[in-house]
Design a protein around this ligand. Structure first.
Ligand SMILES: [Zn+2]
Length: 186
């Protein structure tokens, strides 16, 4: 099943990074639609992405932890490489204890996978995808939209890697806002 992105025409990132992108974009800050609105919705979404078994139950604490990681990762990605030490420590704490173990594949690939299930397993899998992506040249293209009302995760497919907006719509909206501001000043 393709990873669903809320209500936005954002092109998915390549490989497994699209799963992290879909996770970060389970909320649309503009329309306030959130796919992870309850523990049941969290279970359904993680199961649809293959990040949790269909029988796994989640509670309110699992949901709160997941949503805090989602927002924390957004801020961390946006402020990278100058994220605050406090944010980094908070994320570290939220993702503890999560254990990852090596998994060898017949094609020679070595992957880190979570040892447990539940919300820790799902967050572990997402962390492992982020870690693996940092060693690929795709990493600098994985960004958070600079429109402060949007903050969606997007993959910058532009040749010169200079895109700041998830979609042209966000770019146009910010340009219009800036030009209105300039007009008011002059
Ligand atoms: Zn945007």
């Amino acid at each position: 099943m393709p990873a669903k992105i809320v209500d936005k025409d954002i092109r998915p990132a390549p490989g497994d990074l699209r799963i992290v992108q879909a996770f970060l974009n389970t909320v649309n800050h503009e329309s306030r639609v959130d796919l992870l609105s309850s523990p049941r919705a969290l279970a359904d979404w993680l199961s649809a992405q293959g990040l949790a078994g269909p029988e796994v139950e989640f509670d309110a604490a699992d949901l709160e932890r997941t949503l805090t990681v989602r927002e924390g990762w957004r801020v961390w990605l946006r402020s990278s490489p100058m994220a605050s030490p406090e944010l980094c420590e908070r994320l570290d704490r939220l993702l503890t204890p999560i254990e990852l173990r090596p998994k060898h594949h017949p094609d020679g690939a070595l992957q880190l996978v979570p040892t447990g299930g539940g919300v820790a397993g799902a967050l572990g899998r997402l962390s492992a995808i982020l870690m693996a992506a940092q060693h690929e040249k795709t990493w600098p293209r994985f960004k958070i939209c600079s429109n402060p009302d949007c903050r969606s995760a997007f993959y910058d497919y532009s040749n010169n890697r200079s895109n700041k907006w998830c979609t042209r719509r966000c770019g146009n909206r910010i340009s219009a806002r800036l030009s209105r501001r300039r007009k008011r000043r002059s």
